[in-house]
Design a protein around this ligand. Structure first.
Ligand code: ARG
Length: 462
């Protein structure tokens, strides 16, 4: 294709070098935006007709042409051309070929600079909704597990050292909260995505009598952007969206790490379903947790995508610069990676089982009720710091004799503090410990039951 026949070819006398066409083209990835590009063009054409900038007939021809093109693309019959650079020009060129002069009027009062911003915003608006639905599936899976295993006690960890006993359901609901914040973050980000950029034109607005509010209504945007320069140079909303996705991926990754640990022989806390594990080509006994490992591994690319976008924006002068074309691949790859991760995690959770006996057995070692003993002494009016030291000495004694706190007799316990009486024994059990933690947000069964019921209500699971 010579430059003369390109949509922007008027001022050029020489053809574009093939290497340049290759280098500047984005059609191999921005073809993903075809539906959004066409939706934007429909609304724009109707506005042009409404404003008398094109006739009704021209508008109808444009709409019919766009409908044909949309069908051809979705059927896989449309031939994308590299030399037409991007999705905007591929569609526009074919429209002109199909319907003639009316097609050539579509780009009136529009630039690819505001057009591409519109396409990305429409795309991200859709993806935000899809990701929100996937997050809900994951949250439901956690609530399901929380309900199924209600009452099961497991060790809680800090520094990956046994710390205090807690309910497995409390652990499941911790993830419910994390993914809930992710949903909220997306909802908030949507406020800044969901603003109409079209009508900013190249950078300074247009002298033609357009109606931006009309286009906003047609495309269901609650408002329009305020400054044409800011609009065509702005990708904050895309960076923010990818950050929201990164947070989701990090949550998935932390969960994956726990699933890998829990399904190891060393922990033996969980059993991932056979259909969600893979084997080894040499070691016949192996059942490997490849899904959580891959999710953990894919965090690198999502974090990388966020870094790519942040770096892309740094140092760009106002307004549009071609650098901004580099926004799409990190955004698309992030959407693909995070949505796959969420979908497979929801399935994996729905198919896994916890090894209840092992969880409970693990609570029997590690002096996990030491804090409870200290709190017991506090109730007996011993200052907490002193109580801490008394219990520290008691634990050291146990370590030396290879005993647990529950193995000690009252006499042995009283060697460390006279304040200890026989009412101490229920305090030293893991059940007593869990039941006592009734502070708001704590792991006591009453609190966890309330939290579960609230989650079920919020997700409409009852
Ligand atoms: N493909 C371009 C992008 O994604 C579209 C906008 C191009 N505008 C321009 N004046 N070259 O950013």
């Amino acid at each position: 294709m010579t430059n003369k026949s390109k949509l922007w070819g008027g001022r050029f006398s020489e053809g574009t070098a093939a290497s340049v066409e290759q280098f500047t083209a984005s059609i191999h990835y921005d073809c993903r935006l075809y539906r959004h590009d066409i939706a934007g063009s429909r609304a724009h054409a109707k506005m042009l007709a409404e404003q008398g900038l094109i006739t009704r007939e021209e508008c109808d021809r444009i709409l019919a042409g766009l409908a044909e093109i949309e069908q051809e693309i979705s059927d896989g019959r449309f031939e994308f051309k590299l030399e037409l650079e991007d999705i905007h020009m591929n569609i526009e060129k074919v429209l002109v070929d199909k319907i003639g002069p009316a097609g050539a009027k579509l780009h009136t009062a529009r630039s690819r600079n505001d057009q591409v911003s519109l396409d990305i915003r429409l795309y991200l608006r859709e993806e935000t909704e899809r990701l929100t639905a996937l997050l809900l599936d994951v949250q439901q899976a956690f609530v399901g597990l929380g309900r199924k295993y209600l009452g099961v006690i497991m060790p809680g960890y800090t520094h990956l050292q046994r710390a205090q006993p807690l309910l497995l359901s409390h652990h499941m609901l911790a993830y419910y909260e994390m993914f809930g914040r992710d949903r909220e973050r997306l909802r908030d980000c949507l406020k800044r995505i969901n603003i109409l950029p079209l009508g900013s034109a190249a950078l300074a607005g247009t002298g033609l009598p357009i109606d931006r509010e009309y286009v906003a209504r047609a495309l269901d945007f609650p408002s329009i952007t305020a400054n044409s320069m800011d609009t065509v140079g702005d990708r904050d909303f895309a960076v923010e969206f990818v950050f929201c996705c990164t947070m989701i991926q990090l949550h998935l990754s932390r969960l994956s790490e726990e699933l890998v640990l829990w399904s190891s022989e060393e922990f033996g806390f969980a059993d991932l379903s056979d259909s969600f594990c893979t084997g080894s080509s040499i070691m016949p006994q192996k059942k490997n947790p490849d899904i959580p490992e891959l999710i953990r591994g894919k965090s690198g690319r999502v974090v990388g995508n966020l870094m790519a976008l942040v770096t892309l924006i740094k140092g760009l002068p106002l307004t549009y610069n071609r650098d901004l074309q580099e926004d799409k691949e990190p955004v698309f790859d992030t959407v693909d990676t995070v949505s796959q991760g969420l979908a497979i995690t929801a399935e994996l959770l729905a198919n896994m089982e916890f090894k209840v006996d092992n969880l409970e057995a693990a609570t029997r070692a590690g002096f996990m009720t030491a804090t409870d003993l200290a709190d017991y002494l506090v109730v007996k009016n011993i200052p907490f710091r002193q109580a801490h030291s008394i219990v520290g000495k008691t634990v050291a004694y146990c370590v030396e004799l290879g005993k647990e706190l529950t193995d000690l007799s009252l006499d042995e316990l009283r060697r460390f503090s006279e304040a200890i009486d026989k009412d101490v024994f229920p305090v030293l059990t893991v059940k007593g410990s869990v039941d006592s933690r009734q502070s708001a947000g704590g792991t006591a069964q009453v609190r966890v039951e309330e939290a579960l019921a609230q989650a079920e209500k919020d997700l409409g699971m009852q």
